[in-house]
Design a protein around this ligand. Structure first.
Ligand SMILES: [Zn+2]
Length: 421
């Protein structure tokens, strides 16, 4: 951890990135973008001759293909990949290549992504995330419980400074974690939504006795209904969210529980799908080791154009709706494929009272699998009815539904709505 870098960025993010107007923010972003472009031209072999005329955007496949040319530290892709795979296998994430930490992004779509971070970047990241996450007016003495898929240097960085932090490996037995949590009494819990759900059930059964001030959902999409359930169990107003990918620290929720893009750190170009939905194309102007420049994410974000009561000028996001590869396609009555956003699928289930857990998987245009807990013929009939209504409204041929038991595999991210290739 570079303490100087940490403090400078913590202070800047927490107290000085205040913009008086949206124009002021945009002018700041333009200056940062120009500086970043200059940096790339002088440090990244790929951009040495300037931004190629035919360069529009990059994505994970492009990043992997041009890894050696893009990164500014001379890291070799295959070497780094082997190191990252070895860490995953041995679950020893402390291995560094020089000062550079390597990691794999847990892409569900089959493309494996490799990311690298320098010590300076990790200090900046830790500063930004803590500056945005720690409760207002209450900085010191927090005990954070951090549930993670894989421990890596990026997260380890936080531990060494003014915050107590404990890691809980989500691959390990939950029962042991519960005991540890009861002892540790964290003031903040950071965990994937599915773990927060599990914890909230154990709070209700009094197996877990905690009074955290803040819950932060990470890594998985927090469904609105799940968020309410969790907050209620813990007696909190809302569950906070951090939307963070290996490509960058994208959004954080404010005191009102509303997500805002971190437009002080990243520039987001919005590629609109309709009036509110867009794919973000991001530039992280602080990322120097591995350029994130006009990088296309395939998450669908839903924008809320109303000003937020918190007063932030950063774009307000109603929700992260899902991955674009989880848009379902059905056969239209006119024979054309009809795209249906994950949100519509979700609603078919949310209208049915009594379901505690579900997952909907599209196997083909004409077949959906609905995994349910608990199972009940009445629920299944009600779900059939909801899909019939949706099919009618959107003019597509209603697919065949099959029902199965919902089984949670903690080793994979929870996705309530998923298209199977
Ligand atoms: Zn807000």
């Amino acid at each position: 951890m570079n303490k100087g870098v940490f403090l400078k960025n913590f202070i800047a993010t927490r107290w000085f990135h205040k913009f008086k107007s949206r124009q002021g923010l945009e002018a700041y972003q333009q200056r940062e973008l120009a500086k970043y472009q200059q940096f790339l031209e002088s440090h990244s072999p790929y951009f040495r001759q300037g931004i190629p005329a035919d360069f529009k955007t990059m994505n994970k496949a492009f990043m992997m293909e041009n890894f050696n040319q893009l990164n500014t530290l001379g890291v070799d892709r295959d070497q780094a990949l082997n190191l990252a795979l070895e860490s995953e296998r041995t679950r020893d994430f402390s291995v560094l290549q020089g000062q550079v930490a390597v990691g794999l992004s847990s892409g569900t779509s089959g493309h494996r992504g490799l990311f690298i971070t320098s010590e300076k970047e990790r200090s900046m990241w830790a500063a930004a995330i803590l500056a945005k996450m720690l409760p207002k007016g209450h900085l010191l003495g927090h005990k954070i419980a951090f549930f993670l898929r894989a421990d890596n240097e990026l997260y380890q960085t936080i531990n060494s400074f003014f915050i107590q932090l404990k890691y809980f490996d989500i691959f390990q037995d939950m029962e042991a974690h519960i005991e540890e949590l009861n002892r540790y009494q964290p003031s903040i819990i950071v965990a994937p939504a599915s773990i927060l759900l599990d914890l909230s059930r154990r709070i209700l059964s009094r197996e877990l006795q905690l009074k955290p001030q803040k819950l932060v959902a990470v890594a998985e999409i927090l469904e609105e209904a799940d968020g309410k359930k969790i907050a209620q169990a813990f007696g909190l107003d809302h569950v906070d969210q951090v939307y963070q990918a290996t490509e960058g620290f994208l959004a954080t929720s404010c005191a009102y529980g509303q997500l805002h893009l971190n437009e002080d750190i990243i520039f987001v170009d919005k590629h609109y799908l309709d009036q509110h939905r867009f794919y973000p194309i991001i530039t992280d102007f602080k990322r120097t080791s591995q350029p994130i420049f006009r990088y296309e994410l395939n998450d669908i974000l839903v924008e809320n154009k109303e000003p937020c009561p918190c007063g932030s000028l950063f774009t307000r996001i109603d929700k992260i709706e899902g991955r674009s590869d989880d848009i379902f396609y059905f056969q239209g009555l006119d024979q054309q494929p009809v795209p249906i956003f994950p949100d519509f699928i979700r609603r078919c289930l949310l209208f049915v009272e009594g379901i505690t857990d579900y997952q909907v998987r599209q196997h083909s245009e004409s077949h959906l699998e609905v995994c349910l807990a608990p199972r009940n013929p009445a629920y299944e009939a009600a779900i059939e009815e909801q899909f019939a209504l949706l099919a009618q409204e959107k003019a597509f041929v209603k697919p065949r539904l099959t029902f199965s038991d919902y089984v949670r595999n903690r080793k994979v991210k929870l996705k309530r709505v998923e298209r199977i290739k």
